[in-house]
Design a protein around this ligand. Structure first.
Ligand code: CP3
Length: 371
């Protein structure tokens, strides 16, 4: 395990100075790329792609070969964890994920398997090792997991949902069952993330896609408390370097201070919260990752450049920003616009860093036009 050619992403997450703003894109390997669709066809289906380390490695590298990205993210899915716990995951065309054995009562929870990362989830650890070898120090590799709350929504609902009725019934009517499930999931996620770090992941991200559907009190009790447990128990150093951990609650803008209290290194921010406001609220406690609206990629290259500039200006000068979208890229996004985005981040942030180092601009975030 050698040195890194480009460690901008890791330095920015630790709020260390960088010569430009690093950039990667959530779901950067996916259906908006024709080469991804070709590899998925070769694999047969999505889960076979996840379960074949050589093919997972191939699609992980595809966006890096096209765009000047500063990080790779393990190609996998958050739902590998409930699958390994025995819920039998299937992806059906057009319908998204489905579990043949959802968790509906205490007996279902007690019957769950506690997977060993190197056994039931060994294909993920093999993918991490294969990708690290193939990257050969080009950029750092991000490992990830779903948050216990977000995994529980899929496990209890049996798939995607609009209303979250089943999981909400569980937290309101049988909170002890919900806590039992969430604490099992938190333990499994800690082992899973630590397995990924042992296999070579150099940063971690926890996706709490559905924390934002909870009331503030329920968010604290059923989502954030379990993410706190994860932050407190994951490996924070490997290969002589800090392993930064990023927490991302979609629609969690109102809870940033509480999330920063977890002790994580960085927060993912969606586009409904401005970076300047987020920065004002969390101060120098954590780095920020985000937050361009993914739908901007459906508009013109000029509009993309304009928005990249606005996002960079909203963060302002000084260290601690990783450029990203505020959520995953849409499958109808034009790859040409992704190239425009990545190049614009480089161009605008390099010139801003040069100007700041020559003392040409006043440091500090610009005030957003709209609040
Ligand atoms: O960022 C990356 O490039 C890494 C890969 C990655 C995938 N899923 C690949 C994927 C990551 C980090 C995820 C996380 C994930 N998966 C989340 C959290 C992040 C988020 O977007 O909120 C969630 C909620 C899931 C669950 C999931 N996986 C759903 C609901 C679906 C179906 C969506 C759909 O449009 O069909 C998936 C499938 C999935 N995961 C795809 C990809 C590239 C598309 C599957 C395909 O190729 O057919």
């Amino acid at each position: 395990m050698g040195t890194l050619d480009n460690d901008l992403f890791l330095r920015a997450l630790l709020r260390l100075p960088t010569e430009r703003t690093p950039v990667w894109i959530m779901r950067q390997a996916g259906r908006y790329l024709r080469e991804y669709k070709a590899t998925r066809t070769r694999a047969g289906d999505f889960m076979s792609l996840c379960k074949t380390p050589e093919l997972a490695c191939e699609v992980t590298l595809q966006p890096l070969d096209r765009f000047n990205l500063d990080a790779a993210i393990l190609f996998s899915d958050i739902l590998t964890v409930p699958d390994a716990m025995g819920m039998e995951l299937r992806f059906t065309e057009g319908e998204g994920p489905l579990f043949d054995k959802p968790v509906r009562c205490r007996a279902d929870i007690e019957a769950l398997n506690i997977p060993d990362p190197e056994d039931e989830l060994g294909y993920v650890m093999d993918a991490v090792r294969t990708i690290r070898t193939a990257l050969d120090g080009r950029v750092p590799l991000i490992g990830f997991s779903g948050s216990p709350w977000t995994l529980a929504t899929y496990a209890v609902e049996g798939g995607s949902t609009r209303d979250f009725n089943r999981i909400k019934s569980m937290i309101f009517d049988c909170p002890d069952d919900a806590h039992r499930l969430l604490s099992l999931l938190a333990d499994v996620v800690v082992d899973y993330l630590n397995g990924q770090v042992a296999a070579g992941a150099q940063a971690l991200m926890v996706f709490d896609t559905w924390g934002g559907v909870l009331s503030p009190r329920d968010y604290s009790e059923f989502s954030l408390s379990y993410m706190n447990k994860i932050v407190a128990n994951v490996t924070r150093e490997a290969e002589g370097r800090r392993v930064p951990i990023i927490l991302f609650t979609k629609n969690g803008g109102q809870w940033l201070e509480a999330m920063a209290d977890s002790g994580c290194d960085a927060l993912g921010i969606d586009w409904t919260t401005s970076l300047s406001e987020a920065r004002r609220r969390v101060g120098d406690r954590v780095a920020l990752q985000g937050n361009m609206d993914p739908a901007i990629l459906l508009s013109s290259p000029d509009r993309v450049r304009q928005e990249v500039k606005a996002v960079l200006e909203s963060y302002g000068s000084g260290p601690g920003h990783v450029f990203n979208l505020g959520h995953g890229i849409h499958q109808s996004a034009d790859p040409e616009n992704v190239a425009v985005l990545v190049d614009a981040v480089r161009e605008f942030s390099e010139s801003a860093a040069r100007a700041t180092s020559r003392g040409l601009t006043a440091p500090g975030p610009l005030v957003d036009a709209v609040r």
